[in-house]
Design a protein around this ligand. Structure first.
Ligand SMILES: *Cc1c(COP(=O)(O)O)cnc(C)c1O
Length: 429
């Protein structure tokens, strides 16, 4: 199989050696010609956003930290010119303005998973509540706080490297569900401890993320009271992530930052199985059309989405098939086989896929901390690697000088103090 792969030999060699790579998506299309190929559209994202608004009064009660935002789970968009200068000094300049999307600060889960994970649990909850007539039209969803007993007869489970488990587990447990998280070997101990402290059942596996998901899927089979959140195939997770695009548009408008023909928007998002960056990219292309350019960033040892896209094989190829380990310090990105569902949708939408070494990740964590005082987990710093691709001239578009680059910081907000200290130590502080 390896020998017959339909992928440029040079790229394959670089991937195998664990060198940082860039793959430009040759199948990208204009939004107009992409639309007929997509299974869902802007309408479904707007529907998801409306659902999140209906649940806001309930979230506000369950999670006091969302009171200020009236129960809406959103994160700031922050200019980080100090980081842009720092990258410049490291020889990796970013064109135009550099912004950081602070999903490490998202309430409930402290990571991008709060978007998709919370949304899917709420959607399932709405369905259960409506079906069992616990929710009448026009009633505030806050009444669902009293339905713990009903929810306790239902199980919600998920397979995860950590953060999705935290999002699904905490949200499900808060509503009263039995929550089960199947964790892969690379999941961090503190993430398991955190979940258990919320009353979530954590099942640990020796295997990787793909096998944890498979085991979880298996245990849920055939039980109508057991809902399995399928990270590899879930449309609902995808739509939940997609809502980020509507929110980002508002934030850019409030900052008077144009996105149009002469003002391109570049967005770099860390990628594991592909759901989070895929959903966000899908939303952004719907909202900004052809003026937004989205890039997925993966560890050099786990470039599953890049490999799936470059070969066109998607979920039918794994990084182990080309001799990579799939092991990385970026636990949220330690995925060996991509979501085929997401990969297919990304064909006409994404601009490029790139990789970064673990060493590179830690360096970005360090630069961000030293220049802006922001500490994110190593997975979450991957987006900065786009600066390498841009400064090496591997990708460019017209009007780059007017560009706005958004680096998506995807997690780290819930790191316990001793883990923060450990991370600080590993970057020399
Ligand atoms: C899960 C995760 C990602 C990537 O999301 P996928 O849906 O797995 O592609 C990125 N960063 C962090 C911190 C994550 O936890």
């Amino acid at each position: 199989m390896k020998e017959s792969l339909c992928i440029p030999g040079e790229l394959l060699e670089q991937l195998r050696q664990g060198s940082p790579c860039f793959y430009q998506n040759t199948k990208r299309r204009t939004l107009g010609s992409a639309k007929p190929l997509l299974p869902v559209g802007l309408e479904e994202i707007q529907d998801a956003e409306a659902r999140l608004r209906r649940f806001a009064p309930l979230l506000r009660q369950l999670f006091p930290e969302t009171a200020e935002s009236q129960g809406i789970i959103e994160s700031p968009l922050t200019p980080i010119p100090e980081m842009a200068s720092r990258l410049g000094r490291e020889g990796e300049s970013v064109a135009g303005r550099l912004l950081l999307k602070r999903d490490d600060l998202l309430p409930i889960a402290g990571s991008v998973k709060a978007r998709g994970g919370v949304y899917e649990v709420l959607r399932h909850t709405e369905e259960l509540a409506v079906m069992s007539a616990r929710l009448r039209t026009m009633e505030s969803y806050a009444v669902l706080r009293k339905e713990r007993e009903m929810f306790s007869e239902h199980t919600i489970s998920v397979g995860s490297t950590g953060n999705l488990g935290i999002s699904i587990g905490i949200m499900s447990a808060a509503l009263g569900y039995r929550a089960v998280v199947h964790m892969s070997a690379d999941a961090r101990q503190w993430k398991k401890d955190l979940l258990r402290s919320h009353g979530v059942t954590v099942v640990e596996y020796e295997g990787d993320y793909t096998s944890a998901v498979a085991r979880g899927r298996e245990t849920a089979k055939g039980d109508p009271r057991h809902y399995f959140v399928d990270d590899e195939n879930s449309v609902q997770l995808f739509l939940g992530y997609g809502v980020a695009a509507l929110r980002l548009r508002r934030q850019l408008q409030q900052m008077n930052i144009p996105v149009d023909e002469t003002h391109p928007l570049l967005v770099a998002i860390p990628c594991g199985v592909g759901g989070a960056p895929g959903g966000i990219t899908f939303g952004l292309r719907q909202v900004f059309g052809d003026h937004v350019h989205c890039f997925f960033v993966e560890p050099t040892e786990a470039p599953c989405m890049l490999l799936g896209m470059a070969t066109g094989l998607h979920q039918n190829i794994s990084v182990q098939d080309i001799g990579l380990s799939g092991r990385t310090i970026a636990d949220g990105l330690a995925v060996g086989r991509p979501s085929g569902f997401v990969g297919k949708i990304m064909e006409p939408l994404a601009d490029g896929f790139l990789t970064v070494t673990d060493e590179g990740l830690l360096n970005y964590v360090k630069c961000l901390y030293e220049s802006c005082g922001i500490l994110v987990e190593s997975s979450a710093a991957a987006g900065f690697a786009l600066s390498r691709v841009l400064s090496e001239g591997q990708w460019a578009c017209p009007h780059m000088e007017n560009a706005t680059t958004v680096v998506w910081a995807t997690g780290g907000g819930l790191m316990p103090e001793e883990i923060r200290q450990e991370l600080l130590k590993s970057i020399g502080h």
